[in-house]
Design a protein around this ligand. Structure first.
Ligand code: AMP
Length: 305
């Protein structure tokens, strides 16, 4: 078995109406691994950083039972950096810069002991790199893939090719519209599922998430939050909670997929409570389960009159 996570490791500079941080721990693989680590460990991580990547971040990942054999540290290289600014409406984010740095020449090499991993989470990085990872795997059973507008606009053909081999695609509503060229989300979901993924999850920020499968549409609420400090990484934390739960339970039925969507939503709701990865650093499985139950109560009602 084994759960392999591939994606970006980043130093993020983030500005919200409440605060501002520079060079904070970020990256898709970072959020996915931390979120998944509460469900099952060790998490196998493949990615790249430069020699400027702080040791304390490596220690933090190790502490969360993340196996770093697949992490390349490029001597003299600069870590991937991303900058974003959120508006008063936190659903609106401007990307200020995307400095790929060591990702520009990254060749993901999967350590032999990871190649037989049955669960693979392709976090947000270039689709060409995601494909390269997939090509090295030996009989992977279940592939979850995340991406973003940057790649849909810049590498659409490569992404569409990759989707043929993906079981679950996780994207947000604007990305779904962009990928399918279709404004209606139900029609967009149909078109995207025809590209390959058996399951599609469309995240809608503070309006929850939808799971699309053959003959099933499942709608999950978002957790009503009074305080949102930093939405960065919410989508990746969702993916980490989603695949972490499926890996823990080893059940890929549509019903279990629905529970996984709620666990993903729970991890996203924790993520936004603090800046950077802070809120994912000292959670417990008990707190996650409590929030899972709160999600159930949010949509439970008495159907009798
Ligand atoms: P999310 O808020 O879930 O979209 O994820 C934000 C994280 O994605 C940040 O920590 C960034 O470092 C990372 N990120 C942003 N742009 C890219 C990109 N083009 N490729 C890979 N990772 C990225």
């Amino acid at each position: 078995m084994g759960l392999l996570v591939v994606g970006s490791l980043a130093l993020d500079s983030v500005e919200t109406p409440f605060d501002k941080v520079d060079d904070a721990l970020g990256g898709s693989a970072t959020y996915i691994s931390l979120a998944a680590s509460y469900f099952s460990g060790p998490i196998q991580l493949v990615g790249v950083v430069g020699s400027d990547y702080p040791q304390e971040y490596i220690d933090l990942l190790s502490k969360h039972n993340v196996d770093l054999e697949g992490l390349q540290i490029i001597e003299g290289g600069k870590t991937f950096r991303w900058g974003g600014k959120y508006h008063y409406d936190l659903n609106i984010r401007d990307t200020l810069f995307t400095d790929l740095n060591v990702f520009e020449n990254f060749d993901p090499v999967i350590p032999d002991k990871y190649k037989k991993s049955k669960y693979l989470c392709l976090g947000n990085i270039a689709p060409t790199l995601q494909q390269r990872v997939l090509d090295q795997m030996d009989n992977t059973q279940f592939v979850v893939c995340d991406t973003m507008n940057f790649w849909i606009e810049g590498m659409k053909d490569e992404l569409v090719e990759l989707l043929k081999s993906v079981n679950v695609l996780i994207i947000n509503d604007s990305e779904a519209r962009l990928l399918s060229n279709e404004p209606n989300l139900i029609k967009a979901a149909k078109l995207i599922r025809e590209m390959g993924p058996e399951f599609l999850i469309i995240k809608k920020g503070e309006h929850g998430a939808m799971l699309f499968a053959e003959d099933t549409i499942f709608s999950a609420p978002a957790y009503p939050m009074e305080v949102i400090y930093d939405p960065t990484g919410a989508g990746d934390s969702f993916a980490g909670g989603f695949i972490g739960y499926l890996y823990k339970t080893r059940d890929l039925s549509t019903e279990n997929m629905k529970r996984a969507v709620i666990y993903g939503s729970a991890m996203a709701s924790f993520c936004v409570e603090k800046f950077s990865t802070k809120a994912l650093e000292d959670l417990s499985y008990l707190r996650i389960q409590d929030r899972f139950r709160e999600f159930i109560n949010l949509s439970r009602f008495d159907e009798t009159k």
